[in-house]
Ligand binder design. Structure first.
Ligand SMILES: Cc1cc2nc3c(=O)[nH]c(=O)nc-3n(C[C@H](O)[C@H](O)[C@H](O)COP(=O)(O)OP(=O)(O)OC[C@H]3O[C@@H](n4cnc5c(N)ncnc54)[C@H](O)[C@@H]3O)c2cc1C
Length: 322
């Protein structure tokens, strides 16, 4: 029997962080309730391209361990057709040849693209297989898995986290940018504009050039659509998307993969990445039975299972405190 068996837990938030954490805690034997102001389909997570990729990330061993854990778990899930997760080929282009990307050791099928197939404005390119989720299918799949494990979902906005500790042994804050209201000034947002296009054989696989930190370019093939991105606009809260911005994304994506010119764009969406210098995955300094798991920036999917695993470990620490 696990040290967490029978432990009563509240997870606040039903984005990818909350759902993954709730599933991991349930699998560890906890009785878990999710409280969330918005259900999965209304979250930032629902807007994501949901490709496993360390966007804008400097080399970091903790990040690497979490990303590796997530890669392995999503790889396993990809064998279940109903999960919405698929392993897809990713071609990533680099402006500077710094050798094999630091995180590439996590991936399968890694190879260097022959120079004659790399456009002259890039120094090199690597190809690898990565997990990609059809976001709405995957979030729904996680919610169903959670409910089948005996979990409860309660739609409810939470005003304070500490008071929830009167109800259960452990509370996990997975509120994404919503954590700002609980006093974390280190949390900011980065606006992301993405387009969705209908699937077409002209685009197969995924393509990324994230060398411009304000204008990452990515094409993500998924089960039900193709996502074209994007932007990274720090602290911009407007939800208005200009036609010039849409044209610029299509232009950049077409330069990365000519087939994009054949796609039919069906909508443009804006979302806000919850950005911190690093994700906050810790026990609270003041309330030791309160755990935090938020602030994943552009890597909420990439880090999800690794961070959830760390939360299970931290909850084990609470259990052994007695
Ligand atoms: C356009 C776009 C593309 C992206 N693409 C990728 C990608 O390809 N790969 C990748 O890894 N990442 C990507 N990201 C980043 C990723 O989407 C985020 O890191 C991730 O969604 C954050 O998930 P979360 O569960 O922490 O927060 P959220 O998804 O924001 O969920 C927060 C939850 O907390 C709840 N909540 C908040 N406040 C309260 C409260 N007071 N009471 C109760 N509930 C509350 C909300 O209702 C919600 O349920 C992308 C982001 C955007 C915007």
């Amino acid at each position: 029997m696990s040290a967490l068996s029978g432990m009563d837990v509240i997870v606040v938030g039903a984005g990818v962080s909350g759902l993954t954490t709730a599933v991991a805690m349930s699998l560890a034997g906890c009785r878990v309730t999710i409280l969330a102001a918005e259900g999965p389909s209304q979250t930032t997570s629902a807007l994501a391209a949901a490709i496993w990729h360390p966007f804008y990330q400097a080399p970091d061993l903790v990040y690497l361990a979490r990303a590796r854990h997530t890669y392995a778990t999503m790889h396993r899930l990809s064998s279940d057709a109903s999960s919405g997760v698929r392993m897809r080929p990713l071609t990533e282009y680099f402006r500077r040849d710094a050798g094999v990307p630091w995180w590439a050791e996590c991936t399968g099928g890694l190879c260097r693209v022959p120079p004659e197939r790399v456009p002259s404005r890039f120094a090199c390119a690597y190809r690898m297989d990565v997990p990609v989720a059809a976001t709405s299918t995957y979030l729904c799949y996680l919610m169903n898995m959670f409910l089948e494990l005996g979990g409860r979902f309660v739609p409810r906005r939470v005003e304070g986290l500490a008071s929830l500790l009167d109800e259960v042994e452990v509370v996990v804050n997975c509120c994404g940018f919503g954590s700002r209201q609980f006093g974390d000034d280190a949390l900011s947002l980065s606006r992301a504009v993405v387009l969705r296009a209908t699937r077409d054989d002209a685009v197969q696989g995924c393509f990324i050039d994230d060398s411009d930190p304000f204008a990452p370019t990515y094409i993500v093939e998924r089960d039900d659509d193709i996502v074209l991105g994007g932007t990274a606009e720090p602290d911009l809260t407007s939800t208005v998307i200009g036609q010039r911005q849409i044209d610029d994304i299509v232009h950049r994506c077409t330069r990365l993969c000519e087939g994009v010119a054949a796609l039919r764009v069906i909508d443009a969406r804006v979302g806000f990445r919850p950005v911190r210098h690093s994700p906050r995955v810790v026990r609270d300094e003041r309330y030791r039975r309160l755990l935090h798991n938020y602030g994943h920036g552009g890597g909420g999917f990439t880090l999800s299972w690794g961070c959830a695993n760390d939360i299970v470990r931290l909850a084990g620490g609470v259990a052994s405190d007695g």
